[in-house]
Ligand binder design. Structure first.
Ligand SMILES: CC(C)(COP(=O)(O)OP(=O)(O)OC[C@H]1O[C@@H](n2cnc3c(N)ncnc32)[C@H](O)[C@@H]1OP(=O)(O)O)[C@@H](O)C(=O)NCCC(=O)NCCS
Length: 329
């Protein structure tokens, strides 16, 4: 089958509207995540031409797959990836790496809720480090939350709510909690202070990962003004709260602070009317996964996470197996 790869900015809005509608349904049904307003912003970027992307089309012009991406501080960030076959995946990844945007990138990060066949293999073959994030869900009803609630008063002991001036302190804590660079990490992959500040600022202000629930967040200070533990909670939909970040200073670990922060967040989210708490955890993060399992979280879905440098050889790689590609993004 011949597959054409075209710039999505030249496509009809109606074709994209169907693509977004499918994703809105999938994110809502499988993750409880209300993404409608994010797709509005993405469509705006596509229409005004600032958000590049690719469509894979069959000979009749039907959409077989699509992806979009942007360049930020030299990092090509993939925003989504939909494909129905390994051939379509290959075509889109080839198009992505051959794009003008990729030619200007030093590195790539991928973080996608996708079932695209062959994506992991394609990204690995481009020299990227590939990992998996698990999407965990905890229904905020039943015995686990009842136990959390019965400990509720002690849980919030020595914890304080989030304050608007906490961005800098949290960025500093994350930098020691996640030491160094990690290409698979979808946030602050280089681990620089600027990346951490920007990441926390986005969580708190930008709404890309839900809207901040300041009253469900909790902060622990080991000395006044020095944050040594934090749980940051957002709301993804009226029913769904999300632990967007959890971190404890390495010097304070192994004494139950992480669990107390998670319990405090769950109790507060339930008090705010949410019926479930969700979060994303990297598969390799055994400590955090054990903590979440003990607190009642169970796996619901998986995300692909990848990153690494773009080498010139990889950039130019083209698959001759596919039909004419006209990508120029
Ligand atoms: C994950 C993280 C927040 C855990 O923080 P923590 O304060 O060490 O968590 P806890 O103390 O509640 O639990 C950790 C371990 O200590 C044990 N523990 C808890 N209280 C204890 C106590 N009083 N005495 C001995 N051990 C104890 C727990 O049983 C758990 O052990 P286990 O993994 O063998 O089950 C921390 O490791 C961290 O910041 N990691 C880096 C950031 C990160 O990965 N965040 C999660 C993102 S999804």
């Amino acid at each position: 089958m011949s597959i054409a790869c075209v710039d999505w900015r030249e496509a009809r809005g109606a074709d994209l509207a169907q693509c977004y509608a499918r994703e809105i349904r999938r994110w809502s049904a499988e993750l409880g995540w209300d993404t409608a307003s994010s797709w509005d912003q993405i469509e705006f970027g596509r229409r005004v031409g600032t958000l590049p992307g690719l469509l894979a089309l069959d000979a009749h012009g039907a959409v077989l797959g699509w992806t979009f991406y942007l360049l930020h501080r030299g990092i090509l960030q993939l925003g989504g990836f939909v494909s129905n076959s390994a051939d379509v995946t290959d075509t889109l990844v080839d198009g992505l790496f051959a794009s003008k945007t990729a030619a200007r990138a030093e590195s790539v990060t991928v973080f996608a809720f996708t079932e695209a066949p062959g994506l992991t293999e394609q990204l690995s073959s481009r020299g990227l480090s590939v990992g998996t994030y698990e999407y965990l869900v905890n229904p905020l009803t039943g015995p686990d939350t009842d136990r959390q609630s019965s400990r509720g008063l002690s849980v919030r002991d020595s914890l304080r709510p989030w304050r608007s001036g906490d961005v800098q302190g949290m960025a500093a804590l994350l930098r020691v909690a996640y030491p160094g660079a990690d290409a698979v990490r979808p946030f602050a992959p280089k681990g620089t202070p600027e990346e951490w500040r920007e990441y926390v600022g986005q969580l708190v202000h930008a709404g890309g990962c839900g809207t901040l629930m300041a009253d469900a967040c909790a902060v622990h200070e080991d000395t006044p003004g020095n944050m040594s533990g934090v749980v940051l909670v957002t709301r993804l939909s009226p029913e769904t709260a999300h632990i967007a970040q959890l971190a404890v200073d390495p010097r304070d670990r192994g004494r139950g602070l992480g669990r107390r922060l998670v319990d405090a967040a769950c109790v507060a989210a339930r008090g705010a009317g949410c019926t479930r708490m969700t979060l994303l955890v990297e598969s390799r993060n055994v400590t955090a996964r054990r903590l979440y399992e003990a607190a009642g979280f169970r796996m619901r879905a998986q995300f692909v996470s990848a990153g690494g440098r773009v080498s010139p050889g990889h950039r130019l790689a083209q698959s001759p197996a596919h039909g004419a590609a006209s990508h120029n993004t």
